[in-house]
Structure formats: C-alpha cells, structure tokens
Design a protein around this ligand. Structure first.
Ligand SMILES: [Zn+2]
Ligand SMILES: [Zn+2]
Length: 356
C-alpha cells in the first residue's frame, strides 16, 4: 500500500510502498477513501508537542474508508463493506474512571491515530473495532473526513462552552476547526463573531452563519468584541498563544474561554486579577467521544452543517502542509482522496462538495 511516512521530525514525509497491515483481535482493516489534513498532523510530523510520537509513523486522524477485514474477537457490530471513520481517539481502555463517566477522551491509557497508531495517510489503516465510528449513508466520505476531527472537536467545544440562544460566541481561527465551530455555535442559536487574519476565511465564516467578523490585522479583536457586549464564550482554535490572550480579553463578565487549538508555543500570559474579578471560566476541550462523533455525522446527514474542503492527492502531502502553514490553501480543510474513493464514487456515490 502507498503511505506517507514520517522518518524524522526535520525532514519532509516520504511516500512509500508498505505491506498492507493485518488486523489483530479486536481490530479492523480499513481501506482508506479520504483523509483530512489537520494542523495536529503537522505538529506530529515535526515533533512540536511536549509528548512526541516515535518515527517512523504514518500521520492522519481523519481517515474514512471501508472495512475490508475484521480481526478475530469482538467486532462491535462491524462487518466488511461498512464505511467507518478513524478518529484521534484510536483506543481507550474502557474500564477507567474516565472511560466509565463519558470522558473517554481523558483516558490515560488512550492511543491516538496518526500518533501512537499509524494513521490515515495511507491506502489502508488498522483501527480498533470498539473505537471506529460508522459513517451513515448519505454522508460523503470527503465530508466525513474533516468531521472526524475538525467536526467532533468543535462540536464538543461548543457543548463545553455552554453556548445557547442568548450567547455571543467568539470563534478565534476560522480554518478547518473554526469553520465547523461557527456552525455548531449557530445550531445552538448563539450569535457568532469569527476572528481570523485571512480575509478568505472570514468571507466563508459569513457564508456559514457568523454574524460578525474581525480581522486582527485590521482591528483589535478585544475592542471590537467588547463593543458587541463581550463574548459569553470564546472558542480558540487558532494555533498561536496571541489568539488565546486576545480571546481572554474579549470575554464578557462570567465568560468562558475554551482552549482547543494546540500551538507549538505552549504558554500564554493570563492576568489573575481580571480572571477573579470577571468570574471567568477557563476550560480545555480535547476532541470528542465516539458518541459525539455519531451526533456530528447525524447533524451532517440532516443537512445542518457543511464542510468546506479542497482535495489533494497523497503524493502532494508535503506541498499540502506548506499550503496550510502559509495560508495559501484554497479551503479551510485539505482532504487527501485515495484512489479507492473513486471506486466507491463510480458505484453511485455522489460527490457534492466544492473542489478548488
Ligand atoms: Zn485534528
Ligand atoms: Zn480508560
């Protein structure tokens, strides 16, 4: 199988021919159709986080494809031919206090796709049957890929933000994650202000439901959002600590700052006085559970969300990474489309989204 492999944090990914892996007990082999490129994959490939993956490995935690083989042992209802998603939470123990209280994303035994487990930047990937999530009929695999991380992560963040119809929600970063956050916040009935330095992303933000936009290159987001009354919740998907600091200062009293983005630079300055007097609430939110992802797919199947993406071939993985980093990507999300996706397409699957 073809795969994009990280051999060293300071070198580009290499496209290689590797043997197709075999599923062990409790695992499934998935023939990948589509796989989204998340900023996390870039951090992984460059070893930019405090906990680093061990090369060689295959990134990708937005893989979507067809179950080809089921290993021995429990299959959790999966059968060959089913379409599934392979999310960041590739495995959790299932028995710890977190797994048993709806907080499996906090499981200390977890293994992550594209990090500890080889991910979706390949023609095949192995998933744990208990943790892959079925993609319902009617959801295009190219839409399903970004929903598998960008979607579920921001869907959960909006839940964590406790946004409701009377809230003003500020979304910092209107890229792959942010453009989904805007839509989930709108579904709660909240009013949304999107903050992003890229004018194209702000234009998309308006099209998908943001009522206000702020370009921090042109105006101070703190002042602009305080003029609107201050944000009841600010969800930060941007990968720079400056955005977190701006988001903090844009909160209304009693507001909630939800940390989602994971900048390579790990620290922000946080004023204690304003946090205490403003009764401010700071929360971290990491991806979402399998159940959250099922809800994300269901919302999409019902037509309540749209995914903005452009397709790339896996051979272009290094150029795609550059496009994300320099802001030249033509859509909030880039999705690698594997040759097998076109097989499925020729069997009557309608491909609906924009290809730029
Ligand atoms: Zn991701
Ligand atoms: Zn656990």
């Amino acid at each position: 199988m073809k795969a994009a492999v990280v051999h060293s944090f300071d070198r580009p990914l290499e496209i290689e021919e590797l043997p197709i892996p075999s599923p062990e007990a409790g695992q499934v082999l998935v023939r990948i159709e589509t796989s989204g490129l998340c900023h996390t994959d870039i951090h992984a490939a460059r070893g930019e986080w405090p906990v680093k993956p061990s090369p060689p490995f295959i990134p990708g935690h937005e893989g979507v494809g067809i179950v080809e083989r089921v290993g021995s042992g429990p299959a959790y209802g999966l059968e060959p031919g089913m379409r599934v998603a392979l999310p960041w939470l590739g495995y959790a123990c299932g028995v710890c206090r977190y797994c048993n209280s709806g907080r499996e994303t906090l499981c200390p035994e977890q293994l992550n796709m594209g990090y500890a487990i080889n991910g979706g930047f390949a023609e095949y990937a192995i998933g744990y049957a208990r943790h892959v999530v079925r993609v319902p009929d009617g959801v295009d695999p190219a839409d399903a890929a970004p929903l598998t991380c960008a979607g579920v992560t921001t869907y959960k963040a909006v839940k964590v933000s406790e946004a409701d119809s009377s809230s003003l929600v500020a979304v910092y970063g209107a890229g792959g994650l942010g453009h989904m956050a805007i839509q989930y916040a709108r579904i709660t009935g909240a009013s949304v202000v999107a903050v992003d330095p890229n004018p194209a992303r702000l234009e998309t933000a308006l099209e998908i439901g943001a009522e206000h936009i702020v370009n921090p290159a042109d105006e101070d987001p703190q002042a602009a959002i305080q003029r609107l009354g201050g944000a009841d919740a600010a969800i930060v998907t941007a990968a720079t600590p400056i955005a977190f600091e701006q988001a903090f200062r844009s909160l209304a009293r009693g507001g909630r700052l939800v940390f989602v983005g994971l900048p390579a630079e790990n620290h922000m300055r946080l004023p204690i006085f304003e946090t205490v007097l403003g009764g401010l609430d700071l929360r971290g939110s990491i991806v979402g559970t399998r159940h959250d992802l099922e809800e994300v797919f269901e919302l999409h199947r019902r037509g309540l969300t749209q995914v903005e993406y452009a397709e790339r071939s896996l051979e272009d993985v290094n150029r795609a990474i550059e496009e994300v980093l320099d802001g030249s990507a033509p859509a909030p999300r880039l999705v690698f489309r594997m040759p097998s996706a076109d097989l499925a397409a020729s069997h009557g699957h309608v491909h609906s989204a924009v290809t730029v």
